[in-house]
Design a protein around this ligand. Structure first.
Ligand code: E4P
Length: 214
């Protein structure tokens, strides 16, 4: 499973990249707004750090403007993946992008049938938002399971990118289901490595190592 970081914060991206486990980056308008920087500057900085897919979201909601935005974003760097909302105008833009060799990440997916439409439109990635579904008492990971079932049944090439990840259990479930990608905040990446028995065991080994003549 590929690991993407879900942030536009350059320091967090540098930190995650330094672990050697990072395959790509997802951003959204909210995350970019938090940086206080210009959109293009943020994207150029990220592209200079990570050599992998970097999602950059369009802000138009009509096909023509979205298409122009998609072209503009894709021209910034070959690694840019154009993030497009799961609305009808968006799906038209996804189809156009797939016919013009522009990678897409269809975002704000909250149902398996929406994901089916994205795959039919030729999306490169589909982003089911699991945390936001959990927030309203629907099982986010059950949506992912059904998406994978449908994509497998028809051999769709669209990659399942589990998004809106809040904790390590989402990552565990995504990996067990065979999701292609999981995008997560730096805090979740850090949580994955922690285990109290590892810390306890290491402390004991380090103490005992002091007793061994070198
Ligand atoms: C995905 O690409 C989105 O940027 C993100 O995962 C949304 O997460 P949130 O629900 O925590 O805002």
């Amino acid at each position: 499973m590929k690991f993407f970081i879900d942030t536009a914060d350059i320091n967090e991206i540098k930190e995650a990249a330094s672990y050697g486990l990072l395959d790509g980056v997802t951003t959204n308008p909210t995350l970019v707004a938090r940086t206080g920087k210009k959109f293009r500057q943020v994207l150029e900085e990220i592209c200079a750090i990570v050599d992998g897919p970097i999602s950059a979201e369009v802000t138009a909601v009509d096909y023509e403007t979205m298409r122009r935005e998609a072209e503009e974003l894709a021209s910034i760097h070959p690694n840019i993946v154009v993030k497009i909302p799961l609305i009808l105008e968006g799906l038209k833009c996804v189809r156009w992008c797939s016919e013009h060799d522009i990678d897409t990440n269809v975002t704000l997916c909250f149902s398996p049938t929406q994901a089916l439409l994205a795959a039919k439109a030729g999306a490169t990635y589909i982003s089911p938002f699991v945390g936001r579904l959990d927030d309203i008492a629907h099982e986010g990971m059950e949506m992912v399971r059904q998406i994978i079932e449908i994509y497998d049944a028809y051999d769709y090439e669209t990659e399942v990118l589990v998004a809106s990840v809040r904790h390590p259990l989402h990552v565990l479930d995504a990996a067990r289901m065979g999701a292609d990608v999981c995008t997560m905040p730096l805090s979740v990446i850090a949580q994955l490595v922690k285990h109290p028995l590892t810390d306890l065991g290491l402390a004991r080994f380090l103490e005992d190592a002091k007793k061994v003549p070198r």
